[in-house]
Design a protein around this ligand. Structure first.
Ligand code: MN
Ligand code: MN
Length: 306
């Protein structure tokens, strides 16, 4: 029985690449491991995998009675539906501790760094396993993505150190330049259906029993959304109702201005205003300096819904 390694639903580059890199490490340690994903890969991940010659992991959504290692989340809402019937042998994560529980002891590699792949890099070092050039390259890309090229407040010294070391192994002279290429791919939003954009990096949260969905789109220049805001707002409300959510938020993050325009649909907008201590205009507010959903958005909402 192989060990399946899988990241969160609506996978991002950290979840996809974390599954690949951790599967490689486990196989090197003599444990038969298979990387998986819970859904389609996004354009950024496709760009990274193609650039360095990888195929996407296979899609697998059911894990009952199988051995699993979870990457990049410990939230039940983001884990496979039957995860509580699986044997969760371990987790690698850099988010707040979620509500996943296990029936047997597990490996827990959880630290407040900017990316799961930073922790996986430390696991390679811990086990003294050499990282192949191509794996180093994609791990480096995952860290550049999650830390928004080191600009995110979630970025730590461990992340910059990991990128430096991985770039050396991968023979990449200018990681920041490659990071910007990745974000240019992410910025190509024109012509994409509105719902697809909202769902591209979307997470549902259970905030003390209140369901709140938060999406984020990180682009080089936020003006790409100028003509889409009304349509986005309209569909946020549809999505809110469809999923029985109290609120749906969408962060349009400008990585150059280093801030986010927050679009909202909510049963009670006062709560959102209270969370950020700011008034909205037409269901929108600019949040200066806000780049991280997990560090600068989720905690403030959780406090309000407690
Ligand atoms: Mn992630
Ligand atoms: Mn991550």
């Amino acid at each position: 029985m192989p060990l399946y390694i899988v990241g969160h639903s609506i996978p991002d580059s950290d979840s996809i690449i974390g599954a690949i890199s951790l599967a490689y490490l486990k196989n090197s340690l003599g444990i038969e491991a298979v990387s998986c994903k819970q859904g389609d890969i996004n354009p950024e991940s496709r760009y990274i995998l193609e650039k360095f010659g990888f195929s996407p992991p296979k899609t697998k959504t059911s894990y009952a009675n199988e051995d699993v290692f979870i990457v990049d989340t410990t939230d039940l809402t983001l884990c496979p539906d039957d995860i509580l019937e699986a044997n969760v042998l371990g987790v690698v994560d850099h988010h707040k501790l979620g509500d996943l529980t296990t029936s047997t002891p597990l490996e827990a590699w959880i630290r407040p760094v900017g990316c799961s792949n930073t922790i996986i890099k430390e696991m390679f070092d811990f086990y003294d396993v050499v990282i192949p050039k191509d794996i180093a390259a994609i791990m480096m890309c995952a860290i550049l993505s999650d830390t928004v090229i080191f600009k995110s407040p979630t970025c730590t010294k461990a992340d910059t150190k990991a990128v430096k070391e991985l770039a050396l192994i991968a023979d990449i002279l200018n990681p920041k330049e490659l990071g910007l290429e990745m974000f240019k791919v992410k910025s190509q939003v024109e012509g994409t259906p509105i719902r697809e954009l909202i769902m591209r990096d979307f997470k549902d949260f259970n905030m003390s029993g209140t369901k709140v969905g938060i999406g984020q789109l990180e682009v080089v220049d936020i003006s790409v959304f100028d003509k889409m805001k009304d349509e986005l707002l309209k569909d946020l409300e549809v999505l809110r109702k469809e999923g029985g959510r109290h609120s749906v938020l969408l962060l349009l993050t400008d990585i150059m201005q280093e801030g986010s325009l927050l679009l909202t649909a909510s049963l009670d907008s006062d709560k959102i205003e209270e969370a950020f201590d700011k008034k909205m205009e037409d269901s929108k507010m600019w949040l200066d300096g806000v780049m991280s959903r997990k560090k600068q958005v989720v905690p403030f909402l959780e406090k309000i819904f407690k």
